[in-house]
Design a protein around this ligand. Sequence first.
Ligand SMILES: N[C@@H](CCC(=O)N[C@@H](CS)C(=O)NCC(=O)O)C(=O)O
Length: 375
Amino acid sequence: MAPITLYGSPFSLFTGRARSYLIKAKIDYREEPHASSHFYKTVLPKAGGRRGIPTIEFANGDVIRDGVAIIDHFEKLNGHKFSPSSPKQKIVSRLLDVIGAEGLLRPCMHYRFNHDVDEGDFLPFHFGTIYNENTPRGIVSDAKERMAGIREFVLPAWGVTPDTHDLIETFHLETLRVLNEHFAEYPYFLGGKPCIGDFGMMAPLYGHLGRDPKPLSLMTRHAVRLFRWVERMNRPEPDIGEFKNRQESYMEGDLIPSTLKSVLKHLAKDFIPESRAACGQINLWLDENKHLPSGTEVQRSVGSCDFEVLGTMIKAEAQPFRFYLLKRMQDEFEALESQDQKLVKSMLEDTGMTELLDMKLSRSIGRDNNLEVWV
Ligand SMILES: N[C@@H](CCC(=O)N[C@@H](CS)C(=O)NCC(=O)O)C(=O)O
């Protein structure tokens, strides 16, 4: 079979998740920048007109836009190889996916734009490659101008302002610590092979936090076992040589080990207050926008919300996509037998995550023509 084309970029957060999946699933692909006339003329119209990476193109010309849809596609084809089937692990896999892909963007944006922006050509080079068709002043100076714009206008949308810098950094160091402790014991989140949640967590932990100069130096200094997980996730073999247990399977007995519970407990301190506030804001917006015809494209954000994390107030945009992913966890939970639901609930209680089961949008999100749409 001819290789598929992965439109992406080495420093892109969401490409990191899809790429890791393709590597682990041993799917032949070639990665290319999306700044090309072929992408704009041929791929973009089939991607619902929404420019974004990752997007993949098959040899027959079919296109899938969005990392979630790409992974869904291959999971279906390969018999859900990376989807655990026992109740607690199933839920934790979905939970890590949404936290990774949508809930850890503040440190990603902070370190990239408040620490690394003046670190030589590292970032301007990468930005240049995603916009390289229109660079009247040359790739590097054009990229620098774009990056200054992102710093000024995009960072606040994620809640990254001078008032929140200290919190973001302290929180991130604790994230490194708890993840490092987990990966000192286990090669992947759920044992000897990656689950969907591992791929979700690769989004922030590779492209930004495990690759940009400053956060990479923090990771190598404070969290070598986490660094090894990042490496491992980008290799086709299991890469678990330093572990005694070389079984390539999820932990037995539907175990969620205490090291993973500590990770979830820590992440809940940021993820829960933001999700609660965002859910309220999006539902308010949906109430005010009842007239939207079914099939309307879902915007990245619909207003902003305020919440408190460990004593610091944060204002960030409320993003429906978080709830598109969270619903997958809720759906899995609702499909469980009531005995299993009890086990899952008690595990979620231990980690401070129970509230997530009830955080629902009043209108659901589907997909049409490669776009997320209001149903
Ligand atoms: N929900 C999408 C988000 C993809 C996304 O926002 N990607 C960013 C880069 S990491 C992007 O494409 N930005 C606009 C661009 O580069 O054209 C996914 O999971 O794939």
